[in-house]
Design a protein around this ligand. Structure first.
Ligand code: CUK
Ligand code: CUA
Length: 631
C-alpha cells in the first residue's frame, strides 16, 4: 500500500500517496470515534444510508457470489478474448481466437484449424474490438465479434459455448482495426475498417511508390455467413467505427487524409474527417451492380470516395480516433486525439446532409474541449459522456447537452469532473453503454501503463484496467486490475443476456465434420474404440470417461500420420478431459460430450505415453496410455 511513498516517482503518484495517507488517517479516526462514542440516531441513519448506497453499487463480490455483468475483454496482441466478471474484475475464462493455445489445443486441433480456414497456419494475432450482436439496439447474447489487426481477420465467438466458431481473412485490405455491429433492427452486418492503405490490386505489378493508387476500405460482413457482403473505398486511413440506432448510417474516423507515408506527412493538414456511410445507398448500389472487384476475388467494392452518393465526409480536427454513438441514438462522437476536443455529430442531421440540404460541418453540434489526448468516449443513462484523456491520464466526465449549449455560445460549463486514472487510458467503457440498456453503473478505464500501481515484475509491466463507480454524481475509482497485453476495448453485458450451455450437445457444428468422418469410417463415437489404417494414415478413435481412455494402448509405425479422435462421454458438468502426447507438441481439451481431434506424425520410435492434462478425477494421474511405435 505504501509502495508509492517509497518510490515517490512523479508528481501524480506523490499526490496519490498523500491522499491515501489522509484517507487512512481519517478512517482510523472514524474507527476510534465509533468505539468511544455511543451512536446517535442521526449517526446510525447516516451510516445505514451509506451502507445502502454501497450495497446498491458495490464492487465487492463475496466468495461464492456471482458477478452482475459478463465483461468481454480483448486480449490485444495476445490474440485472445477474455471473459471478466464485473464488478469483481475476476478473470473467468480465456477464449483463444487468433492465438495458439496449449491448454485447449486451439490452433492445433483439426476442429480449430477448420474454423481458422485459410489462416490456420498463422499462430499470432492482435485483437482489438470485441462487440456483441444486438437486436433492436440491445445485446442479444448470441455472438461476440473481434478483429485481428495483425492479420486482417475477423472472428466470431459463439456465446452459447464461448468458443470461436468462424474466422475470415478480409481481402483487399491490410490491418482490420475498428469493428462494431449493426445495432438496429438487428446485427445483420458486422462493420470494420481496413486501416493501412494499399494499392488496389496489390499484386506487386504496378508502381509501389505511387501513393495515389493506395486505398483504405470500409468492410461490411454478413454476421451469419461471415462472408464479406461488400466493401467501400474511401479517402484517408480509416480508424474506428460505430453504427446508429436507426439502421441507416455507419460512421468511421479517418486519420491521414493526406495519404502521407511518414509521420510528418500524416499530420500536415489541419483537419481530417469522419466518413458517414449510408447503408441504404450502399445496398442499392450493390444491387444495381455499381461495383468493381480487385485482386482476383469476387468481393464487390463500391466507390465511396469524396463526391460519392454513398458517403459524406465531415471535417473534424486532425487525427480523430474513437467513434462512439450515444445510447439515446442522437450523436456520433469523434474523439480528437491530437486535438483536445471531441466532435459531436447530430445523427438527426445526416438525412439533410445526404440530401445536400446542409454542409458537412453543419452536422457538428458541439466540439467541447476536454483535455489532452481524447481517445474514446463512453456514456451513462443520464446524458453524460466519459472521455479518456491519454496524455492527461484522466477521464473527463461531461454533459452532452451542455456541450451543445456551449457550442451555440451560451456560457455553460459542460465539464462535470476529471478523474485521475493510472495511467494513459485508451478505451473506456460503461456497463451496457453502447446499447439502449446503458445503465450508468460502471465505467472501466483501460490504462496502457501501470507504472507504480503493482509489485514490479520486471521491465515488462501489466496494464491497468480500472473500475470506476459512476452511479453517483462523482466518479469513484474502486479497483485496480492488472492485465496482460493489451485490452484495447471491452464490453460489459448484463448476465441476464447470456445463457451459456453446461455441456456440449452431440450435434454441435464445431465438431460436426469430425463426427461425419467417423460415420464414414463406420465408427460410433459414443461407444467405439478403434484404430483404422489407410496407407500410412492412422486414425485412432477413443472414448474418455473419468479416469480412463477407451484405449490404454494403440500401435502405429514410425513415420505414420496419426489422427487421435477423443470423445468425452462424461455427462458431469465441469469434467473436461485432455489429451497430451508427450514429446510431440500435442495437447487438446475435450469438454463433456464433445469430440476433439488432432493430427501429428509419429516420428519417435518406441513407447510414447499419452495422458490426460485437464484434472478430472482423483485418478487423473492414472488416466494415460501408450502409443507403441514400431520402427
Ligand atoms: S484502438 Cu487501442 S486505444 Cu485499436 Cu480501439 Cu483506441
Ligand atoms: Cu481425464 Cu484428467
Amino acid at each position: 500500500m505504501h509502495n508509492n511513498d517509497d518510490t515517490g516517482q512523479d508528481k501524480k503518484s506523490g499526490l496519490q500517496s498523500a491522499e491515501r495517507r489522509n484517507f487512512i488517517g481519517r478512517t482510523a479516526l472514524l474507527g476510534a470515534g465509533a468505539v468511544a462514542a455511543p451512536m446517535t440516531a442521526t449517526m446510525f441513519a447516516t451510516m445505514a444510508k451509506a451502507n445502502a448506497a454501497e450495497a446498491a453499487n458495490s464492487p465487492v463480490v463475496h466468495p461464492g457470489e456471482l458477478d452482475e455483468y459478463y465483461g468481454f475483454w480483448s486480449g490485444g496482441h495476445s490474440g485472445e478474448v477474455r471473459i471478466m466478471g464485473v464488478p469483481s474484475m475476476r478473470e473467468l475464462m480465456r477464449i483463444p481466437v487468433f492465438n495458439t493455445d496449449s491448454a485447449t489445443g486451439w490452433g492445433l486441433t483439426n476442429e480449430s484449424k477448420r474454423i481458422k480456414g485459410d489462416s490456420a497456419h498463422l499462430l499470432t494475432g492482435d485483437s482489438h474490438h470485441p462487440h456483441m450482436s444486438m437486436t433492436d439496439g440491445r445485446y442479444n447474447g448470441k455472438y461476440v465479434f473481434i478483429n485481428d489487426k495483425a492479420n486482417s481477420r475477423v472472428a466470431r465467438i459463439r456465446c452459447d459455448v464461448m468458443k470461436t466458431d468462424k474466422m475470415i481473412t478480409v481481402p483487399n485490405v491490410q490491418a482490420i482495426h475498428g469493428l462494431r455491429v449493426q445495432k438496429v433492427p438487428y446485427t445483420k452486418y458486422v462493420i470494420c475498417n481496413g486501416e493501412f492503405e494499399i494499392p488496389m490490386n496489390n499484386d506487386g505489378k504496378g508502381s509501389l511508390e505511387d501513393v495515389s493508387s493506395y486505398r483504405s476500405l470500409f468492410n461490411v460482413i454478413d454476421a451469419e455467413t461471415m462472408e464479406v457482403a461488400f466493401q467501400v473505398m474511401v479517402d484517408g486511413n480509416l480508424d474506428n467505427t460505430d453504427a446508429d440506432y436507426d439502421g441507416k448510417y455507419f460512421a468511421s474516423t479517418c486519420y491521414n487524409s493526406e495519404m502521407g507515408m511518414t509521420l510528418s506527412d500524416m499530420i500536415a493538414s489541419e483537419r481530417d474527417h469522419v466518413v458517414v456511410f449510408s447503408l441504404e445507398r450502399c445496398e442499392a448500389a450493390l444491387k444495381a451492380g455499381k461495383f468493381k472487384t480487385y485482386n482476383g476475388n469476387k468481393v464487390p467494392v463500391l466507390d465511396g470516395r469524396k463526391g460519392s452518393e454513398l458517403t459524406r465526409y465531415i471535417p473534424v480536427p486532425k487525427s480523430p480516433h474513437g467513434l462512439n454513438t450515444s445510447p439515446n441514438g442522437e450523436y456520433f462522437v469523434a474523439n480528437g486525439k491530437l486535438s483536445p476536443t471531441v466532435s459531436v455529430i447530430s445523427i438527426k442531421k445526416l438525412d439533410a446532409l445526404f440530401n445536400d440540404k446542409i454542409q458537412p460541418r453543419d452536422a457538428i453540434v458541439a466540439e467541447p474541449e476536454l483535455g489532452l489526448g481524447p481517445l474514446h468516449t463512453a456514456f451513462d443513462d443520464k446524458g453524460n459522456a466519459y472521455t479518456t484523456l491519454f496524455l492527461d491520464s484522466q477521464i473527463a466526465k461531461w454533459s452532452v447537452k451542455d456541450a451543445i449549449r456551449a457550442y451555440k455560445g451560451e456560457k455553460v460549463n459542460y465539464l462535470r469532473q476529471k478523474l485521475d486514472v493510472h495511467y494513459q487510458p485508451g478505451h473506456n467503457h460503461t456497463s451496457q453503454g453502447e446499447t439502449r440498456d446503458a445503465d450508468g453503473k460502471w465505467l472501466v478505464s483501460l490504462c496502457k501503463f501501470s507504472k507504480d500501481r503493482f509489485l514490479p515484475v520486471g521491465p515488462l509491466r501489466p496494464e491497468n484496467d480500472q473500475l470506476i463507480d459512476i452511479s453517483g454524481d462523482e466518479m469513484k475509482l474502486v479497483h485496480d486490475g492488472p492485465t496482460f497485453a493489451e485490452p484495447h476495448d471491452c464490453i460489459m453485458v448484463h448476465r441476464s443476456k447470456l445463457k451459456p450451455q453446461k455441456l456440449w450437445t452431440r450435434d454441435d457444428p464445431i465438431f460436426a465434420e469430425t463426427v461425419a468422418m467417423a460415420e464414414q469410417d463406420g465408427v460410433n463415437l459414443m461407444a467405439d474404440n478403434k484404430v483404422i489404417r489407410k496407407g500410412n494414415k492412422v486414425t485412432v478413435y477413443m472414448t474418455s470417461i473419468a479416469p480412463t481412455y477407451g484405449l490404454s494402448e494403440f500401435k502405429v509405425k514410425l513415420g505414420d500420420e496419426v489422427t487421435v479422435v477423443v470423445t468425452n462421454l462424461d455427462q458431469v458438468e465441469d469434467v473436461t478431459h485432455g489429451f497430451c502426447m508427450t514429446n510431440h507438441g500435442v495437447q487438446m481439451e475435450i469438454g463433456p460430450q464433445a469430440t476433439s481431434s488432432i493430427t501429428f506424425i509419429a516420428d519417435k520410435p518406441g513407447v510414447q505415453w499419452y495422458y490426460c492434462n485437464w484434472f478430472c478425477h482423483a485418478l487423473h494421474m492414472e488416466m494415460r496410455g501408450r502409443m507403441l511405435v514400431e520402427a
